[in-house]
Design a protein around this ligand. Sequence first.
Ligand SMILES: Nc1ncnc2c1ncn2[C@@H]1O[C@H](COP(=O)(O)OP(=O)(O)O)[C@@H](O)[C@H]1O
Ligand SMILES: [Mg+2]
Length: 572
Amino acid sequence: MPKDSTQIGAKETRTSNISLATVIAEMMERGFGPKGAKKLITNVRDPLGWASDTTNLTSDGYTILNETSFKQPIGKILTETAKTVNDEVGDGVKTTIILVGKLLDQAQRLIDEGLHPRTVIDGYQKACQKLDEITDSLSVHLKVFDDALLKNIALTAMRSKIPYNSLDHVANLVVKTVNRASEENGAGRKLDLANIKIEKQVNGLLSQSYFFDGWIVAYPTSRYGMIDRVENARIAFITRPVDAFSMGDYSAKGDFVKIEVTKKEHVNAFSEKEKSIALKMAQKIAASGANVVISNWNIDEAALEYFSSKGILAFKRLLMPDLSRIQKATGGLFVERLDDLTPESLGTSKLVYIEKMNDKEYAFFKGCQNPKAASIMLRSGSAFLVDEAERGVKDALSAIKETFKDPRVVFGGGAFEVEAASQLKTYAQEIGKRDQLAINAFAKALEELCVLLCRNAGTNPLDILPEIKTRHEQGEKWVGIDPYKRNIGNMKDLNVYEPVRVKLQAINAAFETVEMLLRIDYSITAKLSGEKKPHKEKTAEEIEKLEQDMIPKVLEQTSDKYVQPWEKGLQK
Ligand SMILES: Nc1ncnc2c1ncn2[C@@H]1O[C@H](COP(=O)(O)OP(=O)(O)O)[C@@H](O)[C@H]1O
Ligand SMILES: [Mg+2]
């Protein structure tokens, strides 16, 4: 270890990591579930990563963590976990991070009692494996994906993000979009999210959002000429400038040419030359039969004028991601050398038109060659609301996509968590030994998710949870909290579907993060002077002895019908 580094001992490191991670995870708690609160985040980064003076209003777990600037590595680790879950299954981020917090909290209690962190990890791992089995046996295997079912999956995933009065409307749009964009593939259905475009408009009401059979693009620059509608579009995708900078095309070597204008009277001639080159290029493009031209580069004024006179609709400087998505939707090919532009390289769509809405222009590609292309236009007078609605719609689409991959579902509202926890506890008893402590702790952490749903619904978990647990003991395995009625309800009857893939991803990602955090035994801050602390690891025999001594004590403490931390107030 370099002289100028500080080293913090194993116990202190773990304790401080756990308490920090627990605090960060608590950030997610109030926003959890359909009645969760939102966070107001200011100074968010723009898409290029620069800090900007904007504000974000969200309950999205990943957005909250990603927009919070953490100095501590723990914050970054949790943000990574959120990102993984978001990328993998697109929903369940808060479930994951809250579970991380609760598992660490429980782990700390056990460690304080004398259990070695390794033993906690082993027990958690066994719990995780068992949960796989429990989830499978609890799950319902969906056979037919009718509209009602798709809608229910969408509703469960996006309830926390879409205002109640527009929820039904937006869910219908999601179902329409999924029906358009998905395909049957022998074994079942498949949804490729690349087929779906979500556009946003800060204007109107969320209930005026609409589905569009094709592709919508917010057009960044103003257009030249008056053409705003082309039927039976044949679309050329040009990935090079249509202007004199492309003189290379016309030089003998096929290379770019360097031009120096040394005399004043040559300036005019040069500008004429520029125009004529652009014109030639435009004529070449038109000769392919294209009546729509799209480029991510500049298109010279002279070329635009020519296109306009020929009834050709031209888009310049379109963003590359938009360009490639339109290309994918309409089936065209990117062309860099104009000689390669043939009628076969053109994409097609039945109709292309431009609409101006609230000072912003949108291009609509209707009836694309790829029949799976579908768009949703989200509208709201508030930019916050429309951004949050977009995150909600993405959650819903992801949840449906995951259910297509694995058609097993469980039911939400805490019902799954309470049932799985109860079965885990039975398993813990069978296993006995030290492992049962950690497995029981895992079960408690799961129950805490139901506690939070109760709390965020404005009910008192002390009233509700015991009843939910009792009903589960009596065999009603899908009883959970209905946040709208503020009472318990059967989540299966209420159609609160949750994909197994999302649930298992949340549980496994939470476990992996907890394992990683519990395994950190030193934190080293490089290049700072400080005192090194002598550290002595316990021997295996010492650990064995300590743990054997503590088992009866902890079991006794936890046997009291599982006294939760929040129950303590009641017991007084
Ligand atoms: N109608 C409902 N009734 C009860 N619980 C619901 C309902 N809709 C969603 N939930 C619950 O909300 C939780 C998901 O909340 P959400 O805020 O989306 O978190 P996450 O980021 O984990 O997806 C799940 O536990 C789900 O069961
Ligand atoms: Mg969700």
